[in-house]
Design a protein around this ligand. Structure first.
Ligand code: DAK
Length: 285
C-alpha cells in the first residue's frame, strides 16, 4: 500500500507501512495493531492488541484511519467489516494512555481526527462484535453502519466508573439507538448489557453463535458490495442525514464536557484506581 493521499492532521499518529502477505488467495496487510484482509469485494479490518483487550490507543486508531483511507481509495472494495477477536471487540480507549492527561493535553492531542475517519467513511462499514465492546469500543461499533454480534458480546459505557463520561459519541449515539431511559441507565451505572438485550434494544442487527459472527458480517458486507456502488454511497449518506444535524450539536456538547472532566481530581483517581486494580475513592472535585 502506498502512503495515503490525504494530509494527516498534525497530532494524528501515523502507522508505519503495513507488510503485505498473500495467504489462501487473499491479501493480508499487517500493521502493528491491525490486520487488514482484502477479500474482494470486501475488506476485513481486525483490531489486534489482544493483550490489552484491543484497547484503542492513538497508534491503533492512527492505523485504523490509515487503513480506511486506503480502502476508501480502492474501487474494488465495496464494503468493510471492522472486528476484534472472540474475547474483545475493544475494551475501550486506552486508559493507561489517558490516565495522566489533563484537559488541555487531551484537547491538543486531538484524537478525534482518527475516530472521525470511521464516522465519515463513505462505504458501508459493519462491526462484527464478540466479547467486550466497552467505552470507546462500544462507541466505535456504534459509528459503524450495522452491528453483527456474537452471543458472547457485551456492550457498555463504563466511563462513569473512571470519573469521566463517554467522549466519542456514546451519550448521543447510544441514546439514538436504544432510547433515553435505557441509555441513561447504561451510562449512569456503567453496567454493560448482553447481546440479547442489545438486540431487544435495537442496538445490533442480529445475534449469532460465536463461531458465525464474523462470517455473518462478511456475508452481509458481500451482499451490499454487490449492489450499485454510487446508490449504496448515497443511500448511506441519506440515512445518516436522518439524525446527523442534531447529532453534531450533541457531539460538540459532549466533547466539551468530556474535556472538562480531564480537569477533575475524580478523573485522575478513577484512572489510577483502574491501573492499580483498586476501588476509586471519589472526592467530588
Ligand atoms: N485500557 C487500557 N488497558 C486495558 C483496558 C483499557 N480500556 N481494558 C483492559 N485493559 C488491559 C488491562 O489493564 C489488563 O492489562 P494487564 O493488567 O494485563 O497489563 C488487560 O487488558 C486484561 O484486562 P483485565 O485483566 O482487566 O481482564 P478482565 O477479564 O479481568 O476484565 C474488563 C476485562 C474488560 C472487564 C476490564 O479489563 C475492564 O474493566 N476494562 C476497562 C473497561 C473500561 O473502563 N473501558 C472504558 C475506558 S474509557 C476519545 C475517544 C474515546 C474515549 C475517550 C476519548 N477521544 C477521541 C478523545 C473513550 C474512553 C474509554 O473508552
Amino acid at each position: 500500500m502506498g502512503s495515503c493521499g490525504r494530509q494527516p492532521a498534525a497530532r494524528l499518529e501515523m502507522a508505519s507501512e503495513p507488510e503485505a502477505r498473500l495467504r489462501k488467495g487473499a491479501i493480508f496487510l499487517e500493521y502493528k495493531n491491525l490486520l487488514v484482509e482484502l477479500d474482494l469485494p470486501i475488506a476485513v479490518v481486525r483490531l489486534s492488541r489482544p493483550k490489552a483487550l484491543n484497547a484503542l490507543n492513538s497508534e491503533l486508531m492512527g492505523e485504523v484511519s490509515q487503513a480506511l483511507a486506503e480502502l476508501e481509495k480502492n474501487p474494488e472494495v465495496g464494503a468493510v467489516v471492522l472486528t476484534g477477536d472472540e474475547r474483545a471487540f475493544a475494551a475501550g480507549a486506552d486508559i493507561k494512555e489517558m490516565a495522566s492527561a489533563g484537559a488541555v493535553e487531551m484537547l491538543l492531542r486531538n484524537q478525534f481526527v482518527a475516530w472521525e475517519s470511521v464516522r465519515s467513511f463513505p462505504k458501508p462499514i459493519i462491526a462484527a462484535v464478540s466479547g467486550y465492546a466497552l467505552g470507546g469500543g462500544c462507541e466505535l461499533a456504534m459509528m459503524c453502519d450495522m452491528i453483527i454480534a456474537s452471543e458472547t458480546a457485551q456492550f457498555g459505557q463504563p466511563e462513569i466508573n473512571l470519573g469521566i463520561i463517554p467522549g466519542a459519541g456514546g451519550t448521543q449515539r447510544l441514546t439514538h439507538a436504544v432510547g433515553k431511559v435505557r441509555a441513561m441507565e447504561m451510562i449512569l451505572t456503567g453496567r454493560p448489557i448482553k447481546a440479547t438485550e442489545a438486540l431487544e434494544y435495537g442496538l445490533v442487527n442480529r445475534v449469532v453463535p460465536v463461531e458465525l459472527y464474523l462470517e455473518e458480517a462478511k456475508r452481509l458486507a458481500r451482499e451490499i458490495a454487490g449492489k450499485a456502488p454510487v446508490a449504496v454511497r448515497l443511500a448511506k449518506e441519506s440515512v445518516m442525514r436522518a439524525y446527523d444535524g442534531s447529532l453534531q450539536q450533541g457531539l460538540d456538547f459532549e466533547r466539551k464536557n468530556f474535556y472538562l472532566l480531564f480537569a477533575s481530581e475524580d478523573k485522575a483517581e478513577g484512572m489510577s484506581a483502574f491501573i492499580d486494580k483498586r476501588k476509586p475513592a471519589w472526592k467530588g472535585k
